[in-house]
Structure formats: structure tokens, C-alpha cells
Design a protein around this ligand. Sequence first.
Ligand code: ADP
Length: 224
Amino acid sequence: LKTPLTVITGYLETILDNRLVTSHGVRAVEQALKQSGRMNRLLQDLLLLSQLETTAPDPNPTQLRVRDILDHAAREADEVKNALQRENTEIQVISTSDLCLLGDWNELTSAINNLTSNAVRYSPDGAVIELGFLIRDGDGLLIVRDNGPGILPEHLPRLTERFYRVDNSHSPTTGGTGLGLAIVKHILLRHGGTLEIDSTPGRGSEFRCVFPGERVIRNQGAVT
Ligand code: ADP
């Protein structure tokens, strides 16, 4: 799938760059190029999901500073913000935790990036997005909170199903694949964790990645 898609995309770019179609054809080729980009994103997400489902998690996870994970997520969220021209959206890291999480850097940053990218994409310009970390009953909670549109309660149980998207998110600006939260759920599963979602329509959403206490490290020891 990847190879033919790369070839198709290459030809479409050549047609546009060299103006090989009349002005009437340009729009059609642009649309085809846009859809091939979308297909490419779907393919990348599907490959990642199948890799997460079919490979064993790392038996020797790395000690990762929560602060580094949150700062990385804030930088990535800034990029999404700029790409979508949400100049007035604020990204705030509200935790100063010096704790560590045992896990895989690429997987955990990918999970939290998915959540922050959703928060930016689905909230209007000027929204406030908070990234934080806290301990609850010994578990570690990575939190992404927004004051965006929120999600109706009937959708919440289905959000982590693959390809599930809430109707109003089919607008072209959000450009998602419907696989983001399925990926987050699988990454958390590989870390012994779960995803909790609270949302109030009109007020905003909170996504919590819950990690068992033995994955949270302080002063060389697990938090209990
Ligand atoms: P995608 O974003 O690619 O559509 P996801 O699996 O990441 O897929 O999200 C599923 C759906 O959940 C989205 O289509 C959107 O309707 C809803 N959603 C996710 N995050 C938020 C959020 N922060 N605020 C409002 N709706 C959200």
C-alpha cells in the first residue's frame, strides 16, 4: 500500500509543479493530492496500531522524567497550534513534578501528543489547554484538559474504537483519521495503564492517562 501511494502522490505533485493540466484541472489534482495525504496518514496510523497490537512491550522500560514528557507535548502542541492558525490558544504546563515514569519514550510522547493535538484541533482559537501530572491513590495521572466544545456523554464509551469520530468532527480542518484515541488506548495498555475521559458539552474535556503506582518513580523507588 505504501509504495503505490508514494508513486501516485509523486505523479500528482509533478502534474501540479509543472502545470501539466489546464486551470480547470488544477483543483481536481489538488483534491486528489489532499486525499492521498489523508490516505497516507490513515496508513501510518493503521501500521502503528497493528504494531502496538502485535508486538510485545519493552521488558526493560526506561525511566522518563514526567517534566520532559510534558514539555515535549507542549512544544508539539505549539506546532499544531501554528499549523492551524490558533494564535490565541494557550498551552500551559501546570505541573512541576520531578517524578519519573517507567515506559517507552516514543510511545508515551505519541500518546500525549495525540491528546494535546486533539485538544488544539477540536477547541476554537483562544482555548486554554492544560497539561499536568498528579498522583491519585498511588497511581500516576498524565492529564490533558481543554475548555473546548466538550463531547456528548453518549459518545464517550465509543471514543477509543477505531475510526469512531463524533459527527461534527468531519469538518476538513480537523483532518483526523479516527484512530488517535485507539492508539492512545493501546499504548496505555502496554504500560499497564488506562484512559479516563470526562467531558461536559460546552465546557471542555479532560483526558487522563492512568499509570499504576509501580511505574511512578521517585528517589529511586516506586510511589506507593
Ligand atoms: P480523530 O481526532 O482522528 O478524529 P480520535 O480517535 O483522536 O480521532 O478522536 C475521536 C473523536 O473524539 C474525534 O473525532 C472527536 O470528535 C472527539 N474528540 C477527541 N478529542 C476531543 C477533544 N479534546 N474535544 C472534543 N472532541 C474530541
